[in-house]
Design a protein around this ligand. Structure first.
Ligand code: SF4
Ligand code: MG
Length: 328
């Protein structure tokens, strides 16, 4: 297993006291797998990603395990983390313009990662940069080396970010809404590139997105988050065809369907509860049309619906118990 995350729990200091942002988040990513993380904003998708990289504020408290090739990132001292970030694990974000330095050339910015993580000499680094630029599908690689970010289009800049992320052949690439700022055609090209890189480099990808088109295009498995917890996990086809959690159903169905094509996550009446005011029982209670009395009082257990499909909802407790009886 490339990545194994177990019971990841994160608390951040807010206005003088600790607030739990993530609770018992568990999942795995294999080599050559893309795991999608979906949910509304404020559900903990980005915080999950930042926790994996330990890019967290000073007073953050992180518990649980993040095993990358069996090495626990949560326990690693800061010094060792810098070796892992950019080398074994890289991240790309939504807006390439704010992530790139406007004062440095493209070549120099890709080279920085190589200086940090490799022993390549200057001419070797230059060669590597040129071949990376080609690998991410950019034309005129030699000229680009000396150009500045503002001279490039949004799509080209995102390719540069991918080149930086890929510079050291990471085992795991974490992408937070990487195509949200791009127009549809460019978005499709970037997704195609990511699929290609995943296959040729045999790496794992975590794709954070609110766009179901992106999920359908690149993800093998999907994890749905709500209010800092995982509410459902399944293979992508299974999740689209047989969603179980009322929140997942809401995301998939509450949207106008154009000729059967689902584009964006739907909007469900109500809002995500704030971390300061988490309900005691099911966190989706206020917005759930299937809510029962016990949902309000008790946290729903996570139940295995079938192989590689689980959900945290009281509706399925009976179903699973019956299956167990039949099996015993
Ligand atoms: Fe709805 Fe209850 Fe399931 Fe929560 S546990 S999603 S309130 S049915
Ligand atoms: Mg986010």
């Amino acid at each position: 297993m490339l990545l194994e995350v177990k019971d990841l729990t994160l608390s951040l200091m807010r206005q003088g006291s600790y607030t739990k942002i993530l609770e018992d988040v568990s999942f795995t990513v294999q080599k050559g797998e893309t795991l999608g993380i979906v949910g509304e904003s404020g559900c903990g998708k980005s915080m999950t990603a930042l926790s994996l990289m330990k890019l967290l504020p000073d007073k953050a408290k992180l518990f649980g395990e993040v095993l990358l090739d069996s090495e626990d990132i949560v326990k690693l001292p800061r010094k060792n983390l810098e070796k892992i970030r950019g080398d074994q694990m890289s991240m790309i974000f939504q807006d390439p313009l704010t992530s790139l330095n406007p004062l440095h050339t493209v070549g120099k910015q890709i080279e920085e990662t190589l200086v940090l993580h490799t022993n390549l000499n200057k001419s070797q680094r230059r060669n590597r940069v040129i071949s990376l630029l080609k690998e991410v599908g950019l034309p005129r690689a030699e000229d680009l080396y000396n150009e500045y970010p503002h001279q490039l289009s949004g799509g080209m800049r995102q390719r540069i970010m991918i080149a930086i992320a890929m510079a050291c052949n990471p085992k795991l690439l974490i992408c937070d809404e990487p195509t949200t700022a791009l127009d549809v055609t460019v978005q499709a090209q970037i997704l195609e590139l990511m699929n290609h890189l995943k296959e040729t480099n045999d790496m794992g990808i975590i794709m954070i997105t609110h766009d179901l088109g992106v999920v359908a295009e690149v993800c093998d498995n999907v994890m749905v988050m709500y209010a800092g917890q995982v509410v459902e996990k399944a293979n992508v086809i299974e999740l689209f065809q047989n969603p179980k959690h009322p929140y997942t159903k809401g995301l998939l169905y509450s949207i106008p369907q154009l000729e059967g094509k689902i584009e964006k996550l739907g909007s469900i009446p109500g809002t995500v509860p704030s971390p300061e005011n988490m309900p005691v029982g099911c966190r989706f209670y206020d917005r759930c049309k299937y809510a029962m009395e016990k949902c309000k009082l008790e946290t729903p257990p996570t139940v295995e619906i079938k192989d590689n499909h689980s959900t945290a909802c009281w509706l399925y407790e009976e179903e699973v118990r019956e299956n167990e009886l039949i099996g015993s």
